[in-house]
Design a protein around this ligand. Structure first.
Ligand code: ZN
Length: 383
């Protein structure tokens, strides 16, 4: 597992590094071919981004790895991970090194190349058991998790269908604590088209898009409440002082904590767009989505956490969990109604920074935890 982790971490696979992701996908396809079933590298879905000039452009993504094993077996589960990292190809953090305390400091070591090694080792162990015959599973390793899984969301939803449970291999905290409930997130770009005019000669004929975007930001910020954080993050637009600006783009992030908060955020978006359009006589186009729905701990998720906890207890690994503000593919899986534990990967920390570290002893420990959890799902399901 360590060898694989180090080899995979040595390949830059930042979400926008298409060549690096292609290399990574090939390495993963090679390693995961040790498992039975049908493996494929799937083309990403098309995704548009709103540029600073208000136009939209397609974003390039890498292919996603998909493996289906024994689709006719009685118990079906989903295992997911991501091959991308947050480190672009020109980031200074590109190589690994061993720290004095024995931990591995390497890009993506914890998030989540180590987790992918844990997943593969657990599945290899499962395949060596006679119980494997009762179990079918899909493995999905996407290339765009760190930017919101926009090109893999339909693939995740499709793979989640009909599954009794799902395991995702994000890192656990250094002490092994898992992520329980998670809030959701949604990113939006609101493109405001006004009308330009001379600031001194005929300003009354202009429609100031920048002022309208600022009004939108204030109205959306007012939608903030305990279950919904709202962050107007940026306004692009404007130009010379003597021109009424005809274009502005407002970027805003919402953090809904439950489905009700999503509905209220959507209502706030609709009403702000309508009111600002009429008050300022501008056109407002809303782009974006709540791409990560909230992941509350429902009864099914509680049962899966209990099963992991019992597997841990039998292996002498204490298992606990707590809510977190972060988001991941576990959000999307939970939104499909499938119970998910999404931090089955290594123990590690300081992820998304050049100080990211993996605790090497956790590789075998977490692979054991996964293997026993999966075998029990094969044996008894999630009863
Ligand atoms: Zn991750």
């Amino acid at each position: 597992m360590l060898e694989r982790t180090e080899a995979w971490a040595a390949v830059n696979s930042g979400t926008r590094n298409i060549a690096g992701l292609a290399t990574m996908a090939d390495m993963l396809a090679d390693a995961f071919s040790a498992l039975p079933g049908h493996l494929a590298l799937v083309e990403p879905d098309l995704v548009d981004a709103v540029l600073t000039d208000g136009s939209t452009q397609q974003i390039e993504h890498g292919r996603h790895l998909h493996l289906a094993v024994r689709p006719d077996a009685p118990a079906q589960i989903l295992l997911t991970g991501h091959m991308d990292t947050v480190f672009p190809v020109d980031h200074p953090f590109q190589t690994g090194r061993w720290l004095a305390n024995g931990n591995l400091n390497a890009p993506g070591a914890a998030d989540m190349k180590g987790g992918l090694a844990v997943m593969l080792a657990a599945l290899e162990a499962v395949e060596a058991s006679p119980l494997a015959a009762q179990l079918g599973y899909e493995v999905l390793i996407n290339s765009d998790e760190e930017t919101g899984s926009l090109s893999s969301a339909p693939l995740i939803a499709g793979a989640a269908k009909g599954k009794v449970a799902a395991l995702t291999y994000e890192p656990a905290l250094p002490d092994g604590t898992l992520a329980g409930a998670r809030g959701g997130t949604g990113n939006f770009s609101l493109v405001v088209h006004g009308k330009s005019a001379h600031a001194g000669r005929n300003p009354e004929e202009g429609r100031n898009a920048l002022v309208a975007a600022a009004d939108l930001a204030l109205r959306l910020a007012a939608a903030r409440e305990p279950m919904l954080a709202v962050n107007p993050a940026r306004i692009d637009g404007g130009g010379p002082n003597n021109v009424v600006p005809d274009l502005a783009i407002l970027r805003v992030n919402f953090r809904p904590r439950d489905a009700g908060a999503i509905a209220r955020a959507q209502a706030a978006l609709d009403s702000a767009a309508t009111q600002v359009s009429s008050t300022h006589d501008v056109h407002v186009h809303v782009h974006g989505s709540f791409n990560r729905p909230p992941k509350p701990l429902d009864a099914g998720a509680e049962r899966l956490f209990q099963l992991v906890k019992e597997a841990g207890a039998d292996l002498g690994i204490p298992v606990s969990w707590k809510a977190t503000g972060g988001v991941c593919d576990g959000n999307n899986i939970a939104a499909c109604g499938v119970p998910v534990v999404d931090t089955m990967g290594v123990r590690g920390g300081l992820i998304h920074s050049a100080d990211e570290f993996l605790i090497p002893e956790s590789l075998a420990e977490r692979a054991g935890l996964s293997a026993v959890t999966i075998l029990r799902l094969a044996e008894k399901g999630l009863a």
